[in-house]
Design a protein around this ligand. Structure first.
Ligand SMILES: *[C@@H]1O[C@H](CO)[C@@H](O)[C@H](O)[C@H]1NC(C)=O
Ligand SMILES: *[C@@H]1O[C@H](CO)[C@@H](O)[C@H](O)[C@H]1NC(C)=O
Ligand SMILES: *[C@@H]1O[C@H](CO)[C@@H](O)[C@H](O)[C@H]1NC(C)=O
Ligand SMILES: *[C@@H]1O[C@H](CO)[C@@H](O)[C@H](O)[C@H]1NC(C)=O
Ligand SMILES: *[C@@H]1O[C@H](CO)[C@@H](O)[C@H](O)[C@H]1NC(C)=O
Length: 497
């Protein structure tokens, strides 16, 4: 049975004419991982420590696919029955690559929908993130039971167990997620349709790919659209300037001081790549989270595209390089760190640490990208302003941190595509909504067509990664407001309301 929504025909969700190429294209939002996002992981981990009053625990099997393995562990979840009515649905928010935050149990768009439908609320934390530790550490051996498939099987067992324990038989389960957990929501509906009646998903990457160079292409387009065309030229000028300064001792001295580096920039190629990727993160983050309503979580981006383009275009601040450096300085200040670390070796040794107090998310997500998804946001495309972090650099990281060679990455990505169907899952599921914001670089690997398939595809102009999930604001565009209503109506229809 196919969905009959044809959103693109409504004229509200319009695609730009030069639509980028679809390659075939916390709670819970995928971070491209970079220096700044690593800081955010740390922050989220801190705030999750204060959640203990709300913690509940369910026993799960260590390896869902090996009946002979009797080991179990405790997975964290939250529950809220405040809006629950006897025959209402059960909403399950699926955790992604970070700690689950209990603030989501009373806030966010899904809570609005819970009030409308009388839903019981649960949120489950993804294995290996937050406090959900299946193993004594995050060693390579332990990580062998970290995968999206294990996480989906945890969800299936959670639904079965909780339905019995909380006496919820007969009530429909709807799953929710954004970014990686949005992909999990769709895959959960695809794999376990007898347990899950529908999925509400945001910004879900559905197309595993090793070289995700399309990411920076969308960054470029979004800067052009919401900033200025000149802004991209100035950025490209600055990154070219960096490349040439890096070649000399005098040049590296300038970069060390302009970009506030913790240690003098060396001539090591990996340090240079790590430095260029880290600085690019200060722009990418702003684009990915431009003007969203994330701040209710207690943090979020301070800047927006028009602000950073204003700086990049301001001739009074000196050369384009100096303007790029100014954005880096502002970002460091905003992140409350005194200097930018450009040591690749330090990054590798930090990420190799296996104790739970050190492995707070970055290591685990990197492992999942090296073994399942790729999604390496390289600077390989010629249609974007960044330079200096080729695919080779990401592949090197998988090798240096986990000893995972290139062939294994490609095999893992191929297997994930076979397992979940890539973008073709859109035609294989029903009762699924999928939001995408057009300025979100992750939309490049999500399902972005609006044709008559199982997924109700909501493509919202000028809007960022996962923006639909956050609490509504008066400042939201009419498109975003309409998209929220469309999701609400779809869910009510699934429930026969
Ligand atoms: C649900 O899981 C708990 C452990 O977390 C277990 O004690 C209980 O027996 C399970 N209930 C059902 C109905 O399987
Ligand atoms: C970058 O801009 C500066 C001054 O604004 C100019 O002198 C320089 O030639 C430009 N470099 C490139 C590679 O375009
Ligand atoms: C953009 O960011 C700047 C700097 O933080 C802020 O002053 C401005 O109000 C923001 N603009 C919008 C439209 O949110
Ligand atoms: C910034 O970091 C310093 C030192 O770690 C800390 O004392 C201070 O509270 C932090 N400020 C904010 C706003 O997080
Ligand atoms: C899916 O939605 C339709 C209404 O569009 C509804 O009739 C059907 O029962 C839903 N499927 C499930 C499994 O709830």
């Amino acid at each position: 049975q196919r969905q009959k929504y044809l959103y693109l025909k409504s004229g509200i969700y319009s695609l730009p004419l030069n639509l980028f190429i679809l390659t075939v294209a916390l709670t819970h939002c995928v971070y491209g991982f970079n220096f700044y996002q690593n800081l955010k992981f740390a922050h989220k981990f801190e705030s999750s420590k204060q959640d203990s009053a709300n913690d509940r625990w369910i026993e799960q099997r260590l390896n869902n696919f090996d009946s002979a393995n009797v080991h179990t562990w405790k997975q964290r979840y939250f529950a809220n029955n405040q809006f629950s009515t006897p025959n209402g649905p059960v909403f399950l928010s699926i955790g992604g690559e970070g700690p689950a935050g209990s603030i989501w149990m009373t806030k966010g768009h899904w809570v609005t929908m819970a009030k409308q439908t009388g839903a019981m609320l649960f949120m489950i934390e993804h294995r290996f993130y937050g406090k959900s530790h299946p193993t004594p550490d995050a060693s390579l051996e332990s990580l062998s039971v970290l995968s999206s498939e294990q996480a989906l099987a945890d969800i299936a067992n959670f639904i079965t167990n909780i339905t019995a324990e909380y006496k919820l038989a007969g009530r429909k389960w709807i799953v929710f997620g954004g970014s990686y957990s949005g992909s999990l929501a769709i895959w959960a509906r695809y794999k376990y349709p007898h347990l899950i009646s529908g999925a509400v998903s945001a910004s879900a990457p559905l197309h595993p790919i090793v070289n995700f160079d399309g990411y920076q292409e969308v960054v470029q387009r979004s800067l052009q659209t919401l900033g200025s065309p000149k802004c991209v030229q100035n950025l490209a000028n600055a990154t070219t300037e960096i490349t040439s300064l890096m070649k000399t001792t005098a040049g590296r001295k300038i970069l060390t001081s302009e970009f506030n580096l913790c240690h003098a920039l060396s001539d090591d190629v990996l340090d240079n790549q790590y430095f260029q990727e880290s600085v690019a993160g200060s722009i990418q983050d702003v684009v990915q989270y431009n003007r969203d309503n994330m701040h209710f979580e207690g943090h979020g981006p301070a800047f927006n595209i028009s602000y950073i383009c204003h700086i990049l275009d301001d001739v009074n601040l000196g050369s384009p390089l100096k303007r790029y450096a100014e954005i880096n300085r502002l970002t460091l200040k905003e992140s409350n760190v005194s200097c930018l670390d450009s040591s690749y070796q330090k990054f590798v040794s930090d990420t190799k640490a296996t104790s739970w107090d050190k492995a707070t998310g970055m290591r685990q997500w990197l492992y999942q990208t090296c073994t399942e998804f790729g999604w390496f946001q390289s600077s390989d495309s010629t249609h974007q302003p960044f330079k200096g972090f080729p695919l080779k650099f990401s592949i090197q990281q998988c090798q240096d941190i986990f000893g995972i060679p290139s062939e294994i990455i490609y095999k893992g990505v191929q297997r994930s595509t076979e397992n979940y169907g890539g973008l073709s899952v859109a035609g294989l599921v029903t009762n699924v909504t999928l939001y995408n914001g057009l300025i979100d670089p992750w939309s490049d690997v999500s399902y972005m067509a609006g044709t008559d398939v199982g997924i109700v595809s909501l493509i919202v102009p000028n809007t960022a990664h996962c923006a639909i999930m956050y609490p509504a604001s008066d400042k939201d565009s009419i498109y975003l407001k309409k998209a929220r209503l469309d999701v609400e109506n779809a869910v009510k229809e699934w429930l026969g309301m």
